[in-house]
Design a binder for this molecule. Structure first.
Ligand SMILES: *[C@@H]1O[C@H](CO)[C@@H](O)[C@H](O)[C@H]1NC(C)=O
Ligand SMILES: *[C@@H]1O[C@H](CO)[C@@H](O)[C@H](O)[C@H]1NC(C)=O
Ligand SMILES: [Ca+2]
Length: 266
């Protein structure tokens, strides 16, 4: 009986350790999709609002243009990859070529290879893929945030944000903590489905899984509490009409201290 209890404790501890290793393997942001390193390389991955692999070549060009950029060239994609841009989705890039950047070899992605996984120049431009854009003019915004507490603002705040901005903030606090977001100010071009300008929040370290909500207009959104120790915020503005922007505060809270009635900000 006692042996079983011991064994169980051991397995449980091992499980926790493994979980910890897994979470911290996010370090440097290279283990996951759509890690935003705009400041370093200007390259970013987009998929259609309809989902993965939905863009023809013509539509791919339009997506990048809509966001103020252009299709990335092979060299731009490679430069981004060299500083950790790792995405497991094939996308169009310059001159009708398709591929994706792999930093870390994995069985599920990139056939175990490292580099630009290149599907070559596609003869059939009606094929549907994601896209890799390049936008060197986007204001510096976003990044990987690890502080336990911090204010996040739209680019240029308290000035109005500009057209054609795109920012990703990936928040990662300590294991065992959760992230509590409180909006302080919010004024983003209003539009029925928030298709023009918006702030999106994801309960994950990428902008693929864990979608929480898309916000626009001038109502202050409610507080948001992550389920784990990571969160992603994405801000995008289109080619016309701006707004006052937004300001929010996030705080790391110990998961064990979380209760529904508590106000962590006081
Ligand atoms: C081109 O690709 C599209 C989408 O996959 C397909 O429907 C179409 O038949 C292809 N055209 C040719 C000529 O192979
Ligand atoms: C959260 O947990 C850490 C480590 O367990 C501890 O040092 C810290 O004081 C805790 N913070 C709060 C606000 O309870
Ligand atoms: Ca706009």
């Amino acid at each position: 009986m006692r042996v079983w209890t011991l064994l169980w404790t051991l397995l449980w501890t091992l499980g926790l350790l493994l979980k910890e290793v897994q979470t911290w393997s996010y370090q440097n942001g290279i283990f996951h999709n759509s890690i935003w390193l705009e400041q370093a390389a200007g390259v970013y991955h987009r998929e259609s609002r309809k989902g993965r692999y939905q863009l023809t070549y013509k539509e791919a060009i339009a997506v990048c243009k809509y966001e103020g950029g252009a299709l990335a060239t092979y060299d731009q994609l490679e430069a981004a990859r060299q500083i950790g841009f790792h995405v497991c989705s094939a996308g169009w890039f310059d001159k009708g070529r398709v591929g994706y950047p792999i930093v870390k070899a994995g069985a599920n992605c990139g056939f175990g290879k490292i580099g630009i996984i290149d599907y070559g120049y596609r003869l059939n431009k009606s094929e549907r893929w994601d896209v890799y854009c390049y936008n060197p003019d986007a204001k510096e915004c976003g990044g990987v945030l690890t502080e336990p507490e911090r204010v996040i603002q739209s680019p240029g705040f308290p000035e109005e944000y500009q057209d054609e901005q795109i920012c990703y903030w990936h928040i990662r606090v300590k294991l065992g903590q959760r992230i509590h977001v409180r909006f302080l100010e919010f004024d983003v071009e209003d539009d029925t489905d928030c298709l023009a300008d918006y702030l999106e929040i994801y309960d994950s370290y990428d902008d693929v899984t864990g979608f929480v909500g898309r916000f626009c207009g001038d109502y202050l959104p409610y507080d948001i509490l992550s389920t784990g120790n990571v969160m992603t915020l994405k801000f995008l503005s289109d080619a016309s009409v701006t707004g006052g922007g937004f300001q929010l505060l996030y705080k790391a809270v110990n998961a064990s201290m979380v209760s529904h009635n508590k106000d962590y900000f006081n």
